[in-house]
Ligand binder design. Structure first.
Ligand code: ASP
Length: 323
C-alpha cells in the first residue's frame, strides 16, 4: 500500500528568484531525497494546484476534498498527504476535517522557508507528514497538521508567527504528538465531536467582521445589503461587542442572516456572561450563535459548509453550540 502526496503549492514549492519567493518546479527533488531515506514506504504524488495559499479558494478546498474522498476509497492507498502554503493552511485543514469522510490518515504539511534558503524545512516536514500518514496510530484522528516535528489537529491548530518554524500551535492544548527519530508518538486524543458536512455546491459569501473599540454597524449593514449569507463576528474578550454594532446585528438577524460569535482573544471560549447592552447575554437573546473556541477563520469555514448544506438556523446553532 502506498502514500499519496498531493501538492497544492505554497513556500514548500517555492524558490527565491530576484529577491522574492515564487513557485518552482525543483520541489519535486525533495521527493527524490525522501524516497531514498524512506525506502520502506511507497510514495506516489500528483500536482493538483501550484498556488500560494492566499490564492486558494473555497472551491479549491472542495476540489481537494473530493479528490481525497476518492483516494480514500482506493484499497491501494494507505494515507494521504497534502502540501499547502502555511498562510491559509489551517482553513483548508479544517475544511477537509469537516468535508472528508475516512478513517485513513489525512495529513497536511508545508514549510516556512523556501528551497533557496539554507534552513529549508520542506524535506523534513514532508518526510514527517509521510511517516504520520503511514502510521497505524494515525487512523481515525481526523485531519492532521504536521510541521516542525509536531502533530496537531486541524480543529485546534493555528498559525501564530509570521516566520518562526514552530509557528503552528494548538494554543490551549499542545500538540497531539511528535515525530521523533522517524517514529510517530501520540500523547493524547481530541475530544471534539467531529461532524461530516459534504454539500454538493459551495456558497462561500460568508464574511468576518472584527470588533474593536467604538466599532459601528456600517460594515454589517453593507454585508446585509450585499447578499451575504452569513457573518462571523470576531468579538471582544468573552464575546461582547460595542453598543453601536447592535443596530447592524439586529438588521442582519431580521433578514435571517446567521451571525456566529467568536473572540479576538487567541484562547478561550465565548460565553453569554455579560448582561449589558452588547454583552454576550444580550447577543444570545437577540439570536447570535456562539462559536465556542473556534477562531473566526475556522468558524467561517464551518458556517460556509453548514449554509451550503442547507442547514436551518437551529441546525447551524446545534453544530456550533452542542458538544
Ligand atoms: N505565503 C506562503 C503561502 O501561504 C507562505 C507559506 O507557504 O509558508 O503560500
Amino acid at each position: 500500500m502506498k502514500i499519496m502526496v498531493i501538492f497544492t503549492g505554497g513556500t514548500i514549492s517555492m524558490e527565491r528568484i530576484n529577491n522574492s519567493a515564487v513557485i518552482s518546479s525543483s520541489f519535486i527533488d525533495i521527493l527524490n531525497t525522501i524516497n531514498s531515506s524512506l525506502q520502506d514506504i511507497e510514495i506516489e504524488h500528483i500536482e493538483l494546484f501550484m498556488k500560494p495559499s492566499p490564492h486558494i479558494s473555497i472551491e479549491d478546498m472542495k476540489t481537494l476534498g473530493d479528490l481525497i474522498n476518492k483516494f480514500a476509497l482506493d484499497d491501494d492507498i494507505k494515507g494521504i498527504v497534502v502540501t499547502h502554503g502555511t498562510d491559509t493552511l489551517e482553513e483548508t485543514a479544517y475544511f477537509l476535517d469537516l468535508y472528508t469522510n475516512t478513517s485513513k490518515p489525512v495529513v497536511i504539511t508545508g514549510s516556512m522557508r523556501n528551497i533557496s534558503e539554507l534552513s529549508y524545512d520542506g524535506p523534513s516536514n514532508l518526510a514527517n507528514a509521510i511517516l504520520v500518514a503511514n502510521s497505524k496510530y494515525s487512523l481515525n484522528r481526523g485531519v492532521l497538521v504536521v510541521l516542525n516535528g509536531e502533530i496537531n489537529s486541524a480543529r485546534e491548530v493555528t498559525k501564530t508567527h509570521t516566520m518562526a518554524l514552530d509557528t503552528f500551535k494548538s494554543l490551549e492544548y499542545g500538540p497531539l504528538g511528535v515525530i521523533d527519530s522517524d517514529d510517530v508518538y501520540y500523547y493524547r486524543d481530541i475530544h471534539f465531536k467531529r461532524r461530516n458536512i459534504t454539500p454538493k455546491c459551495i456558497l462561500s459569501n460568508v464574511e468576518i467582521i472584527k470588533c474593536y473599540a467604538d466599532a459601528n454597524s456600517n460594515l454589517i449593514n453593507y454585508l446585509v445589503e450585499n447578499n451575504t449569507k452569513g457573518i462571523i463576528l470576531e468579538g471582544l474578550g468573552r464575546g461582547n461587542v460595542p453598543i453601536k454594532m447592535i443596530e447592524g446585528i439586529k438588521n442582519a438577524l431580521n433578514k435571517n442572516i446567521p451571525i456566529v460569535l467568536t473572540s479576538r482573544c487567541m484562547k478561550g471560549r465565548v460565553l453569554d456572561s455579560y448582561g449589558y447592552e452588547g454583552g454576550g447575554n444580550h447577543l444570545k437573546k437577540l439570536g447570535v450563535i456562539f462559536g465556542d473556541n473556534l477562531n473566526s477563520q475556522k468558524a467561517r469555514i464551518k458556517l460556509i459548509l453548514a449554509i451550503s448544506q442547507g442547514y436551518n438556523f437551529q441546525e447551524i446553532k446545534n453544530i456550533f453550540e452542542k458538544k
